[in-house]
Design a protein around this ligand. Structure first.
Ligand code: SF4
Ligand code: SF4
Length: 194
């Protein structure tokens, strides 16, 4: 399957989740500018295929903005390596998301029926189960890829040798084993089997 076909399938999975979870998500109190989930979030887990989509968007941004985002990603990576939680590198000063239209599934699945501050999101159990199924399908789709925190996956994709192998459909987890272990990067192929 080509990257384009995978991307289309991914968008279908996003859309199906929205349809199936609509009955739950319609009770959400989420609104523009409410950012606890972007500032105090735990891991912002993405798949490599989502990382490629974000990377593509980054490459189309003006150079100064791209440079600023790269700096924020590097800061985020350092902070996360030191077990600190920092705001998502894609959160803008006006409290909106710079990549909202292509945001990863971990942001799409998230909503809350109660204020999150101090206690985290309150989600229906059924919607959580639906989102877990979607993640499994995404990992099967991206079966030569990996899952992990956004700045770690984007870091991997910045490495030419990793990106070339991944984009050619190659799969060699031994090559990233050391980084994967220390940065909590998961092999999609192994997880999606369970
Ligand atoms: S998940 Fe929580 S913090 Fe995020 S927009 Fe919804 S209510 Fe606000
Ligand atoms: S990608 Fe956008 S929606 Fe997701 S955590 Fe970052 S700023 Fe928030």
């Amino acid at each position: 399957m080509t990257f384009r076909e995978k991307r289309e399938k991914l968008q279908t999975l996003y859309a199906l989740f929205e349809i199936n979870a609509d009955g739950y998500k319609k009770h959400a109190i989420c609104k523009i500018g409410c950012t606890y989930c972007c500032t105090d979030a735990g891991k912002i887990d993405i798949l490599t295929i989502e990382g490629l989509i974000i990377r593509e968007r980054l490459s189309s941004m003006p150079k100064p903005l791209r440079r600023a985002i790269k700096q924020k990603l590097a800061q985020d990576k350092r902070a996360r390596e030191n077990k600190k939680i920092v705001s998502c590198p894609f959160l803008k000063k006006d409290n909106t998301c710079l990549i909202y239209d292509i945001r990863p599934f971990c942001c799409r699945r998230l909503y809350s029926v109660q204020e999150c501050r101090g206690r985290g999101p309150t989600i229906h159990r059924q919607a959580y189960a639906l989102s877990k199924n979607t993640v499994g399908e995404m990992q099967r789709l991206d079966h030569t890829g990996y899952s992990g925190h956004i700045s770690f996956i984007l870091d991997l994709l910045d490495r030419t040798d990793f990106r070339t192998l991944y984009q050619s459909g190659g799969f060699d987890p031994a090559k990233i084993m050391a980084f994967g272990k220390t940065h909590g990067v998961i092999i999609n192929r192994l997880i999606s089997r369970s």
